[in-house]
Design a protein around this ligand. Sequence first.
Ligand SMILES: NC(=O)c1ccc[n+]([C@@H]2O[C@H](COP(=O)([O-])OP(=O)(O)OC[C@H]3O[C@@H](n4cnc5c(N)ncnc54)[C@H](OP(=O)(O)O)[C@@H]3O)[C@@H](O)[C@H]2O)c1
Length: 251
Amino acid sequence: MRDKFAVVTGASTGIGAAIAERLAAHGAHLVLVARSADKLDEAAARLSRRHGVTVRTLPLDLATADAPTRLAKTLADEGIEVEMLVNNAGVSARGPVLDGDPARFRSLIDINVNALTELTTLLMPAMVARGHGAVVNIASTGGYIPALYLAVYAATKAYVVSFTQALWAETQGTGVRVVAVSPGPTKTPMNTRGTRSAEAVAATVLRALSGNGPAVVDGKVNALNAFLFGRLLPTRLVLAVARRMMARSGV
Ligand SMILES: NC(=O)c1ccc[n+]([C@@H]2O[C@H](COP(=O)([O-])OP(=O)(O)OC[C@H]3O[C@@H](n4cnc5c(N)ncnc54)[C@H](OP(=O)(O)O)[C@@H]3O)[C@@H](O)[C@H]2O)c1
């Protein structure tokens, strides 16, 4: 990645900020995307000072319908060749589906699913034409296991896992690395009770890039849980256990 550009969405905090830091440490120039212009500017100043890389910030609300095309156009206008796209921006919504706000669900799906899909579709063809590049989509262990009271969020992450796995298969032999990385509970502003660190997830992203499989789960315990509860055990049993655990925790 030395002297090549990586676009990282959701780079103002948490896992995205940690991924940006890691990539900068490897000499990558960066395009940082999120809504908070001030946080992006702070990160840009810090990363370019610390690692000597070029950092462009693009404050953008990825829930708006034309955000991905605006982002792609800005990159093209500025002559930035994107070597890596990290679709990390994501939001969550906790609570029973029937108590939820449909507009909030729509916005969540726009960020977690639509922006990720559109950015991939807009930016990946140039990588394929050049014969190298990478697309990293940040999913979640919730993408493997139906999650009570996080139903819409987990469903968007199941989309991310499935979409990325199929894209991986469709683009074999192009020279472009495609991988879904799924964190489990990680301590960030989104999840203050997370147990893994954002830096650990960023390290997993870097390792996933040098592997060749379509999907990676961050952390051994998370990987075991995703396999057990998401692939091995019958879904009805998994849901029954989850309901009981939720009831016991008072949710
Ligand atoms: N933390 C966990 O336990 C966990 C577990 C599994 C998966 N993940 C996934 O990891 C990714 C990063 O999450 P995180 O924990 O690091 O959360 P976070 O600290 O809340 O960061 C989310 C990032 O997305 C950006 N973002 C949110 N809404 C946006 C919008 N409308 N337009 C553009 N950017 C937007 C935020 O920046 P602004 O607010 O400045 O826009 C921020 O940079 C997400 O995809 C999340 O689903 C997290």
